[in-house]
Design a protein around this ligand. Structure first.
Ligand code: 6GU
Length: 234
């Protein structure tokens, strides 16, 4: 998979893709990630990317021309990829949408600034608009880092088998069970006895119960999406 990210702040994203699982996936050739400066696609001496809003009002609006030049330069004939504008007005990212995007072989991510992007970019350039949640970020850069991380970890070969378990649990609609490591007692707080019992059947049942209980308490909305919870307890 190839991912291009277009931003007016490349340094905000520089370190985001150089560690851990994303770094390893890049080294293995599983994903090819490029960050581009939107100002490189301007045509004026001042490298202008924004302008005053028609109709007046506060704040600036990002001009359409640099976005069109950038995306048209990055799109290759025959394999245009999916161009996504990161904006709080977009479809909220969840694991289902992540799975859908992970199946594309090219993504072009456009990081908008919060104040706004000329409407013609939405209407005539991008394929999708995506948000990472109902809160305000100053720009799409942190959202792009979130999207890339979630998509890269789903690429075949990106994860070791132990790393993939968390996705399986979330994809099944449940939160993770509590985890412990040594020591067995820390400041008087003991690890649950069942985990030290060696009884793997009992451990599996305890973990499944904790997953369901935790999901019920913290995220009842997730349980409502599961057709039959008893199926997951079986
Ligand atoms: Cl994608 N952009 C901005 N500016 N704010 C956000 C967001 C995106 N997703 C949630 N809040």
């Amino acid at each position: 998979m190839r991912i291009d990210v277009v931003t007016i702040f490349p340094p905000l994203l520089a370190g985001a893709f150089e560690h851990s699982i994303i770094k390893r996936a890049r080294e293995r050739g599983i994903v090819d990630i490029h960050v581009h400066d939107l100002r490189d696609y301007t045509a004026d001496r001042h490298r202008t990317v924004d302008d005053y809003p028609y109709g007046g009002g506060a704040g600036m609006v990002m001009k359409p021309e640099p976005w069109f030049r950038a995306v048209e330069a990055l799109r290759v004939a025959g394999n245009p990829g999916c161009a996504i504008l990161l904006t709080p007005q977009g479809k909220r990212l969840d694991q289902g949408l992540v799975q859908q995007l992970a199946a594309e072989d090219r993504l072009i991510l456009l990081c908008g600034r919060y104040e706004g992007v000329d409407e013609r970019v939405r209407e005539h350039l991008v394929d999708k608009e995506v948000s990472v949640g109902d809160y305000v970020l100053s720009g799409g850069e942190p959202a792009a880092a979130v999207l890339v991380d979630a998509v890269v970890r789903l690429q075949p070969g990106a994860l070791g088998s132990s790393e993939s378990i968390v996705e399986e649990s979330f994809a099944a609609g449940l939160l993770e069970y509590p985890q412990y490591t040594r020591p067995p007692e820390f400041r008087g707080w003991r690890v649950p006895d069942v985990l030290l019992s060696g009884d793997h059947g009992a451990i599996d049942r305890w973990r499944r119960e904790r997953q369901i209980e935790r999901t019920r308490v913290r995220r009842p909305d997730l349980l409502a999406d599961i057709d039959d919870v008893s199926e997951t307890t079986a």
